[in-house]
Design a protein around this ligand. Structure first.
Ligand code: ADQ
Length: 464
């Protein structure tokens, strides 16, 4: 296998359990190939020059970690104003929240150029390069402009919006054109593939070229869905650990006479948190037998706190949760425990397992791994029920969950009531089907199918 070079905005030490997600996913392939992981160090230099940053090299076992610092100006424009202030909302269908006047595009381009420049110096001719996420869309185009001919793949972790919505981006043409510098673009769902290919056909005049292939301005690109999964075995092993067990036992003790519901995410407007709290209130209103019993633990970890939309969301959630608790709370029962903090990854499976119902109800989500983690943590003899938004990428694969429209609070409350009352045999059946699917399509399957597809592509002379 050629050496794997992974590029992502942030890195994690693949040897640490706390790293989770992408680090766990890529560990094996990086280690087996003596790979290189490249990205931002997380450090900001206050008086640094834009477009310049110090490089740090570190060895983590067989894997080389190479990071670059960002100047304050680059961090502000590349990361905050363009990636998080424009791309994130537009790709999550929130044109209303995108700040198109913030002028971050020059910094976005500059940092991608700098990354390409620093990375090029480290590359070998037969490296396999795998770039991740919306911060780095034009990276391959910058590398190609510098003469790099290696195979390059890109995976987008967030959704890709319908063509007209994508076209609201002032730079849409340049941005999507730059995707054609990759050999393979992987997306989370078939819906996303349809959106990108319809855009490419309508706006760039791209034509279909064989299975998954699209050709425009002399370049061929493969576009395919690779729904990301979790490491089911690793997560189940975590569930057997002391921390998860303690968490489970404590919650079972504390809520012995109640029904526990759980929600876990970063505090983000894409996750549908206000709608979820309102739905929970509707559940208590419309199905009063849940009063004094149903308790929602909602974990929302701090995220991007400097952005206005996030601060407003935080205030809204605090006020909603206060209102629900004061309206329905009793001396010995509070319906809602809203916690604005992180939970240690080691304890999460215990919390999932103690919950009769998980509420995973984003307004839009690339995939949503919490849905899969919840299923992996359940006791197959007495599993809980997953209530899942049809707008999460995961819904394409998880039809046995109770699929809901999170904007429709009354019907979602009805689905939660159904989940709370679901007979054991039905819960077992649904769980078994879901578990089988997330096991087959786990994170190793995801990584291998993406890398195999990338390796099988004929290196295209037309890229450089
Ligand atoms: P995220 O938007 O971060 O990821 P998600 O897929 O749910 O969303 O992954 C979050 C991970 O962080 C999960 O492993 C979860 O357990 C953990 N996590 C979240 N909140 C936590 C909390 N409060 N405390 C502790 N752990 C927490 C992006 C896209 C998703 C896509 C992933 C992977 O937005 O749609 O599924 O990348 O591609």
């Amino acid at each position: 296998m050629p050496r794997l070079v992974v590029v992502s905005n942030r890195l994690a030490d693949p040897r640490k359990t706390a790293a989770g997600g992408l680090a766990v996913a890529l560990r094996q392939a990086l280690e087996a190939s003596g790979g290189l992981w490249f990205g931002w160090s997380g450090r900001i230099t206050e008086n640094g020059t834009p477009g310049e940053g110090e490089v740090t090299r570190q060895q983590a076992g067989a894997v080389q970690l190479v990071t670059v610092d960002l100047s304050r100006e680059d961090h502000n424009s590349y990361y905050e104003r363009y990636s998080n202030g424009v791309l994130w909302p537009v790709f999550h269908y929130r044109l209303d929240l995108a700040d198109f006047d913030a002028n971050g595009i020059a910094g976005y381009r500059r940092v991608n150029q700098m990354f390409a420049h620093k990375l090029k110096a480290l590359l070998r001719p037969d490296d396999l390069i795998w770039v991740h996420d919306y911060h780095l869309i034009p990276l391959a185009a910058e590398l190609r402009a510098m003469g790099c001919t290696q195979r390059m793949g890109f995976f987008l972790h967030i959704p890709l919006p319908p063509p007209l919505m994508l076209a609201a981006l002032p730079e849409h043409d340049w941005l999507v054109r730059s995707l054609f510098a990759y050999d393979l673009v992987g997306l989370q769902s078939e819906t996303d593939v349809t959106h990108l290919t319809r855009y490419a056909a309508a706006e760039l005049g791209a034509e279909a070229a064989g299975a998954h292939g699209w050709r425009a301005f002399g370049k061929t690109l493969q576009v395919r869905a690779f729904p990301i999964g979790i490491d089911v075995d690793e997560f189940q092993a975590l569930a057997k650990g002391r921390d998860a067990q303690d968490m489970y036992e404590q919650l079972r003790r504390d809520y012995a006479r109640r029904r526990l519901l759980v929600g876990v995410e970063r505090l983000d407007y894409s996750k549908g948190l206000p709608q979820r709290l309102k739905t929970f209130r509707t559940l208590l209103q419309n199905y009063p037998e849940n009063q004094g019993s149903a308790t929602l633990i909602q974990i929302a970890s701090p995220s991007r706190e400097s952005v206005d939309a996030y601060a407003a969301l935080r205030t809204e959630l605090e006020s909603l949760s206060g209102a629900i608790n004061s309206e329905y709370g009793e001396l010995d029962w509070m319906p809602l425990r809203y916690i604005h903090r992180n939970v240690a990854r080691k304890r999460l499976p215990g919390m999932y397992r103690a919950a009769a119902v998980a509420l995973v109800t984003p307004l839009r989500d690339g995939m949503n791994l919490v849905a899969k983690e919840y299923v992996a943590s359940q006791d197959p003899q007495d599993p809980g029920v997953l209530v899942l938004s049809r707008f999460a990428g995961a819904a394409e694969q998880m039809a046995e969950a109770l699929l809901v429209n999170p904007y429709d609070t009354a019907r979602t409350a009805e689905a939660i009531q159904r989940a709370l009352q679901m007979p054991l045999a039905e819960r077992q059946q649904r769980h078994q089907a879901l578990l089988a699917r997330i096991r087959t399509h786990d994170v190793h399957w995801w990584r291998e199918s993406f890398l195999n597809a990338l390796q099988q592509i004929q290196t295209s002379e037309d890229k450089a």
